[in-house]
Design a protein around this ligand. Sequence first.
Ligand code: NAD
Ligand code: UFG
Length: 327
Amino acid sequence: MKVLLTGGTGYIGSHTAAELLSKGYEVVLLDNLSNSEEKTVMNIAKVCGKLPKFVKGDACDAEVLEKIFTDHKIDAVVHFAGYKAVGESVEKPLMYYRNNIDSMLSVLEAMKRHGCNTLIFSSSATVYGEDNPVPFVETQRAGGCTNPYGRTKYFIEEILKDAAKADGNLSIVILRYFNPIGSHRVGYLEEQPKGVPNNLFPYICQVAEGKLPKLNVFGNDYPTPDGTGVRDYIHVMDLASGHEAALRYAAEHKGAEVFNLGTGKGTSVLEMVAAFEKARGVKIPYEIAPRRPGDIAECYADCSKAKEILGWEAQYTVEDACKKPLH
Ligand code: NAD
Ligand code: UFG
């Protein structure tokens, strides 16, 4: 089976590429390198022993897509490409709507032209918004997002459901990721955000490496056991295997189906700090800071649907994800 991974040199895309290659899939990566580097293609080969095909180009560009679908018999697409910084999306909403929605529409149109009917889409737990009780379950009402980034994910989910209703040949799996962390144990594919990281895990990594002096813990007065925010941190290798499970499911089912990909377990900021300190034998200095606007107290998944229907469940713990990769 030949799979096109848009955004394939990114953090989740590169791990998924390594996973699919190691399971015998053929893989073509498309990326415009707006948030990744071309050397990732070689790094994927270093961790799995197989070099993926790579096309530098934009997933919004119909000509680029046309050439890929003409040159390769693509059986399925995993659409990772998109912008993902919540704060930036508030400042530049049009850029986010243009890139995230346009790339999805362009990919769907190219798939239709070439009779490719299988799509896996990277959605996010952020579509559950602030009003649903935890654990978040796929049957809850989505769409109460607090920022334009989240809304691009929600709008694309609705577009995909409409597309599947109109075309009975389509097999679409929408994966709502919770908080991906960690990297391949061999290394080389670690998330390297540009500038100061926004997310907790890469921030802690940079404190451990001495690049940042201390962690600011955003609020300790939430209604959670220790007062700090609770999230469902999922090892990126578990996410990668979740995509493989989704591809197997899509090969046998038509329509559009939504699945949470999480662990089902909530971890607080202070628990994450403790797990990291234990796994790496380092001290992470921290200070309690005010709450970050837009944050919710708790976000974790009900993962029973993915377990029952995809036969997938997370294998790694937060402690596993905190271990230092070999390279
Ligand atoms: P990433 O930024 O590392 O990867 C995205 C890749 O897409 C980058 O390599 C970027 O260069 C590329 N890209 C962006 N726009 C493009 C375009 N128009 N054409 C071609 N390439 C383009 O991000 P990631 O963490 O690997 O996330 C992958 C997907 O998963 C994204 O859609 C993201 O919104 C979604 N997601 C991520 C998280 C998370 O916390 N990392 C959580 C939920 C959902
Ligand atoms: N946090 C800190 N200090 C930091 C960074 C984060 O205390 O320096 C706290 C946050 O307040 C929150 C927790 O750590 O309680 C996790 O924050 P992240 O920024 O790592 O993750 P979020 O849950 O806020 O958001 C992430 C992605 C979004 C995605 C969402 C749901 O960044 O894109 O998960 O999938 F939408």
